[in-house]
Design a protein around this ligand. Structure first.
Ligand SMILES: C[S@@+](CC[C@H](N)C(=O)[O-])C[C@H]1O[C@@H](n2cnc3c(N)ncnc32)[C@H](O)[C@@H]1O
Length: 152
């Protein structure tokens, strides 16, 4: 749905990348991707996936515990955070964007879903990221996602 909004060149950071499916897909599209996740098993699988796809030169995967904050790094043209929620990281995620960089975040939401500590209350992504240029957003069926761009 949002593929056309995502850059095809430059650097990407995939926060809580899991097994690397999205990171490898981004690398195949042309991005240089850094994927981070707390799970060594997931990171091993992500490295394997990148090797199978022939994009090891465009992917770097590392075990990182985001409870310690976003690791330091250069500004990125795309920051992806798919189905991992830590509102404490939102400001750092915005700060990591290069001018014109795109931020894509998807979380489980309380809207039409269950409530609980792992779900975003209604409007959370809007409050956190709505001051950037809005490219697309939706919040229904227990999911919320947003794609925004940092102004040049
Ligand atoms: C639902 S999965 C989503 C994975 C991937 N983004 C995707 O969409 O397929 C959530 C991921 O967050 C990771 N995670 C959970 N807590 C974390 C933490 N403190 N630091 C880094 N990663 C964490 C898990 O290991 C898991 O891979």
């Amino acid at each position: 749905v949002v593929e056309h909004l995502l850059p095809r060149s430059g650097h990407a950071l995939d926060v809580a990348c899991g097994r690397g499916e999205a990171a490898v897909w981004l690398a195949l599209r042309g991005l240089q991707v850094w994927g981070i996740d707390v799970s060594p098993v997931a990171i091993a699988l992500a490295r394997e996936l990148a090797a199978q796809a022939g994009v090891t030169d465009r992917c770097r995967f590392e075990v990182v515990d985001l409870d310690g904050g976003l690791p330091a790094g250069p500004p990125v043209d795309l920051l992806l955070c798919h189905l991992f929620r830590d509102p404490g990281l939102y400001e750092a995620m915005v700060d990591r964007l290069a001018p014109g960089g795109v931020l894509a975040v998807a979380v489980r939401s309380e809207v039409d879903g269950e409530t609980g500590p792992f779900r975003a209350p209604a409007g959370e992504l809007d409050v956190a990221f709505g001051h950037l240029d809005m490219l697309a957003e939706d919040e229904e069926g227990g999911r919320a996602w947003i794609v925004v761009r940092r102004p040049q």
